[in-house]
Design a protein around this ligand. Structure first.
Ligand SMILES: *[C@@H]1O[C@H](CO)[C@@H](O)[C@H](O)[C@H]1NC(C)=O
Ligand SMILES: *[C@@H]1O[C@H](CO)[C@@H](O)[C@H](O)[C@H]1NC(C)=O
Ligand SMILES: *[C@@H]1O[C@H](CO)[C@@H](O)[C@H](O)[C@H]1NC(C)=O
Ligand SMILES: *[C@@H]1O[C@H](CO)[C@@H](O)[C@H](O)[C@H]1NC(C)=O
Length: 434
C-alpha cells in the first residue's frame, strides 16, 4: 500500500510538473501584457531639439482595450481605446526625457484592461531609436548593462534603472567610471541608490559601461544605450530595454541585414562562467566567459551567426549604420530574442517615416508555410540557410504605408523589425500575438 501511494504521489507530482512546464513554455516571452513602465534616455546632447516621445500601442486582443497612460514628468494622464487589429500612437511630453547623470521622476506608466504590445520611440531630427517595452510581469532584479562602442568621444554611453510602484534599493557594480551627485565612482566600485516609486536613475560615461551589474530588492526596468553612437556612418541615439538574467536564453540566431556591406556588432554577455560556442557563417568558434564578460563578434555580410551556451546569455545587436537604396541610415540597438522565445504568430506595426524591413528566422522545413496577413509569403522569399542550425532567414520590405500586419507560420519563428531612413536607424524585436 505504502509503496503504491508513493508511486501515485510521484505520478501526480510528475503530472503537475508536466502541466506547469507546459504552461510556462506556452507563454512566449515577447507576448505583450497589460502593464508597462517606460523611461526615456537622453537623446543626443542636452538641449538639442525637443524630443518627440511616442508610444505605439497595438491591440493583441479580440476586445477593445481601454489603456491609461500616466506620465510622471508632467503629472498628466490620458486614456485611449485600442480596437482589435489597431495601433494607437500616444504622445508623451518631452519633459519625460532624462538629461545628464541624475535621478528623475520621468516614468511613464501604461495600464490596459486587455493584452497589448507597446513600443517606445524617442526621436529628434536625425537621432532616434525604438524599443519594445517588456511588460511589468517580465521585469526582474538582476541585469547586466550593455553600452555600444563608439569611435568618437563627443557623446556618452548611458543606461537607466526605473523603479515600479514599490520603489527599489539599487546596487550597481560599475565596469566604468561614473560621476553621480558630485561623487566620483571608479570602475569596480559599487554605486548604491534608493529609488522612490516610479523614480529612475540615468548614468552616463565617456567610457564603456558594458558588463556593469544592476541588482535591486524589487523588480526594476533597465534601459541601455548611447546618446549618439558612431561606427560606419554618422552617430545616432540608440537604446533598448533589457531583460533580467532570469529571462536569458541559451540558443540564438543573429541574421545579417542585406544592406550592411561592412559589419554589425553583437555583444554577448555572461552572468556566470559560460561555455559559449558559435558559428559565424560556417566558421565555428568557442570561448569560455566569466561573470560580467562582454564578448564582441562581427555579423558580416551573408554570414548569419548562431550562438549556443551551456547557461543563459544576453545578446545585443549594435547595427553600425550603412547605405540602403541611396539612403545612409545610422545605428540602432536590438535585444536579440533567444530561440525558445520564438512564437508562431506576430503582430507588427510599420514604423512611420522610414523604410521598414523585417528579417524572419524560420525552421528550414517550414519556410513555405509562412503567411503575412493571410497570404502565402514564404514561397516568394529568398531563404538563406543558417549554417549550424535548422533555421533559414529571409528579409521582407514592408510597404511604407502605416499599417499593422500579422505574420504566421506553423512552427515557432523569430522576427526583427528595422526602420531605416536618412540619418536614422531604428530596430527592435516583434511582439508575439495570441
Ligand atoms: C503627436 O506628435 C506628432 C509628432 O511630434 C505630431 O505630428 C502629432 O500631431 C501629435 N499628435 C497629437 C494628438 O498631439
Ligand atoms: C493576456 O495574455 C495572457 C498570456 O497569453 C493570458 O493568459 C491572459 O488571459 C490574457 N489576458 C486577457 C485579459 O485576455
Ligand atoms: C564547451 O562546449 C563544447 C561543445 O559542447 C565542448 O566541446 C568543450 O569541451 C566545452 N569547453 C569547456 C571548457 O567546457
Ligand atoms: C521540421 O524540422 C523539425 C526539427 O528539425 C522537426 O521537429 C519537424 O518535425 C520537421 N517538420 C516537418 C514538417 O518536416
Amino acid at each position: 500500500m505504502g509503496s503504491l501511494r508513493s508511486w501515485w504521489t510521484l505520478w501526480a507530482g510528475a503530472a503537475l510538473l508536466w502541466g506547469l512546464t507546459q504552461e510556462v513554455t506556452a507563454t512566449p516571452k515577447n507576448a505583450g501584457g497589460m502593464d508597462f513602465l517606460a523611461t526615456f534616455l537622453q537623446n543626443y546632447q542636452a538641449g538639442y531639439s525637443k524630443a518627440s516621445l511616442q508610444l505605439f500601442i497595438s491591440s493583441l486582443s479580440e476586445n477593445i482595450a481601454t489603456v491609461s497612460i500616466i506620465s510622471h514628468a508632467d503629472k498628466t494622464s490620458q486614456t485611449v481605446k485600442v480596437k482589435p487589429g489597431q495601433t494607437v500612437t500616444v504622445n508623451i511630453t518631452a519633459e519625460a526625457e532624462m538629461s545628464g547623470t541624475n535621478t528623475f521622476m520621468g516614468a511613464v506608466e501604461v495600464h490596459s484592461d486587455q493584452n497589448i504590445s507597446v513600443q517606445a520611440l524617442n526621436a529628434k531630427p536625425s537621432s532616434a531609436d525604438l524599443t519594445l517595452l517588456q511588460p511589468v510581469s517580465a521585469l526582474g532584479t538582476e541585469y547586466f548593462v550593455v553600452t555600444p562602442a563608439d569611435i568618437s568621444t563627443r557623446n556618452v554611453r548611458e543606461f537607466a534603472v526605473l523603479a515600479g510602484s514599490e520603489g527599489a534599493e539599487v546596487s550597481i557594480h560599475l565596469k566604468g567610471a561614473v560621476t553621480f551627485k558630485g561623487k566620483s565612482y571608479s570602475a569596480g566600485s559599487v554605486l548604491k541608490v534608493t529609488l522612490n516609486s516610479y523614480e529612475s536613475v540615468q548614468l552616463q560615461s565617456k567610457v564603456d559601461l558594458s558588463g556593469s551589474k544592476v541588482t535591486a530588492n524589487n523588480p526594476v526596468a533597465v534601459f541601455s544605450g548611447h546618446s549618439c553612437a558612431q561606427k560606419h556612418t554618422k552617430c545616432d541615439f540608440v537604446m533598448e530595454q533589457l531583460l533580467p538574467i532570469s529571462a536569458w536564453g541559451k540558443q540564438y540566431v543573429v541574421p545579417p541585414l542585406a544592406a550592411q556591406s561592412n559589419y554589425d556588432l553583437v555583444y554577448i554577455v555572461a552572468s556566470q562562467t559560460t561555455n559559449l560556442t558559435y558559428n559565424q557563417g560556417g566558421t565555428p568558434g568557442s570561448r569560455v566567459l566569466q561573470m560580467g564578460d562582454v564578448f564582441e563578434l562581427q555579423v558580416k555580410p551573408k554570414q548569419p551567426l548562431t550562438l549556443s551556451a551551456d547557461v543563459g546569455i544576453q545578446v545585443v545587436l549594435f547595427g553600425t549604420g550603412a547605405e540602403r537604396n541611396d539612403v545612409t541610415y545610422d545605428p540602432y540597438l536590438i535585444l536579440i530574442p533567444d530561440v525558445e522565445a520564438y512564437c508562431p504568430s506576430y503582430v507588427i506595426r510599420s514604423i512611420p517615416d522610414s523604410e521598414d524591413v523585417v528579417i524572419l528566422v524560420v525552421q528550414t522545413n517550414d519556410t513555405s508555410g509562412l503567411t503575412m496577413d493571410g497570404h502565402k509569403l514564404g514561397p516568394t522569399l529568398t531563404w538563406v540557410p543558417v549554417q549550424g542550425s535548422q533555421f533559414s532567414y529571409a528579409e521582407v520590405d514592408l510597404s511604407t504605408a502605416e499599417a499593422i500586419h500579422k505574420a504566421e507560420a506553423t512552427t515557432n519563428f523569430g522576427m526583427l523589425i528595422f526602420g531605416l531612413a536618412q540619418a536614422v536607424g531604428l530596430g527592435t524585436t516583434a511582439t508575439c500575438s495570441e
